[in-house]
Design a protein around this ligand. Structure first.
Ligand SMILES: NC(=O)c1ccc[n+]([C@@H]2O[C@H](COP(=O)([O-])OP(=O)(O)OC[C@H]3O[C@@H](n4cnc5c(N)ncnc54)[C@H](O)[C@@H]3O)[C@@H](O)[C@H]2O)c1
Length: 347
């Protein structure tokens, strides 16, 4: 039985993480910390036997048997809470983006090694059923070697936080660290790593702020260069519809994903390509992604069991923050292509 404490009981913790924990037999959430009293009340209603704290410091001081801390606050607070949890000997499951700067991300990777505790990012899109199918398709060899991928993510607005706290924190740079690139970039970037089978070496980016009442961007366009090809990622909070459209182009075919729908085109020895289509229910419209959490948590548990403190997943999270930070720099420098010079494999 793993005993956990949740810091930040807002939308993702209450709608995504907690229902999944409550259904598991191997986890007990024994403590909650949230700066907003109304959110502690919400936690108390669901877990009356747990203990409740106004800050993560109080929670870590008051609890001496936490196996892990689940961090689900806005990103600007992730680094401090993660470091405090590691110092108390707890493993860390941290929502994306891991941190808001590359310096902080590297600091957390080094701290995971130093304190011999796992720091694991909630890179949950890997656990969407149709995304797992994409991985299986690549491994089957049916589309050959992947040379190019495109990832388009359409949203009609920025995601909202719970009403009781600051529902628009994603548009406030001090709290979020940035706009859609910071909020959603990680999901697209770690999928490119999996599909291209390597890490990118360069990025060129353009950001746009269509809704100018906020100080964070609501659109990102970027091209990542990989040793074996490239990826194009487009993220928008100003679209007319919520959906994802991904495409993977290989030397022998292609896979196109449009939410739950997929179309696989593979070359055959007879010359005429074979086309297959299908649907894999992946619950894209449920922003809590609670259906994906169990599969993610199994990976976190496996890292703990293996003592894999600075896992490949953690290094991917650092790579994501490097890309996000470099996207902002590229945009500021006239969309110039810039190197991603930190080799996260060496962390
Ligand atoms: N992986 C995903 O698919 C996904 C989806 C949504 C959100 N998220 C991530 O989850 C995190 C939270 O997002 P959300 O949408 O749940 O936001 P939210 O605003 O709904 O919840 C944040 C909660 O944190 C609390 N809080 C704020 N500062 C705190 C602090 N310093 N200490 C303790 N509590 C604090 C707030 O009171 C609130 O209850 C973000 O990092 C976000 O990117 C991930």
């Amino acid at each position: 039985m793993l005993k956990g404490g949740i810091v930040g009981f807002g939308f993702i913790a209450s709608s995504g993480h907690f229902p999944a924990y409550a259904a598991r037999k191997d986890v007990e959430i024994v403590a909650f910390a949230d700066v907003c009293p109304a959110r502690l009340d919400a936690a108390r209603a669901l877990a009356p036997k747990a203990r409740f704290y106004a800050t993560h410091e109080e929670m870590l001081a008051g609890e001496n048997a936490l196996d892990f801390v689940d961090i689900a606050t806005p990103p600007a607070f992730h680094r401090d809470i993660a470091l405090a949890a590691l110092r108390r000997g707890a493993h860390v499951l941290c929502e994306k983006p891991l941190t808001t700067t590359i310096a902080e991300a590297v600091e957390l990777a080094l701290a995971a090694r130093k304190y011999r505790r796992v720091v694991f990012p909630a890179h949950n899109y890997k656990h969407a059923p149709v995304v797992k199918f994409a991985g299986e398709t690549i491994r089957s060899g049916r589309i050959g070697n992947v040379r190019a991928v495109t990832l388009n993510t359409f949203r009609t607005t920025h995601a909202k936080g719970v009403k009781e706290w600051r529902t628009d924190w994603r548009r406030d740079r001090k709290t979020s660290g940035g706009g859609i690139a910071m909020d959603h970039g990680s999901h697209s970037f770690y999928l490119t790593f999996a599909w291209m089978g390597s890490l990118p070496t360069h990025v060129a980016a353009k950001t746009l702020t269509v809704d100018r009442q906020f100080d964070t961007e609501d659109n990102l366009n970027c091209v990542l260069t990989f040793p074996n090809g490239y990826a194009h990622c487009f993220l928008t909070w100003t679209a007319g519809v919520r959906k994802v459209i991904y495409s993977l182009q290989g030397t022998d075919g292609a896979l196109v994903i449009d939410d739950d729908d997929w179309e696989l085109t593979a070359s055959t020895s007879k010359g005429k390509p074979q086309v297959e289509r299908g649907i894999i229910e992946s619950h894209w419209m449920d922003a809590s992604h609670k259906q994906w959490f169990d599969s993610l948590f199994e990976k976190f548990k496996a890292s703990i069991a293996a003592g894999d403190h600075a896992s490949a997943e953690l290094r991917e999270a650092v790579a994501c923050i490097q890309i996000i930070e470099t996207c902002y720099r590229s945009n500021a420098e006239g969309c110039r292509e810039l190197p991603l010079s930190l080799d996260v494999r060496e962390l």
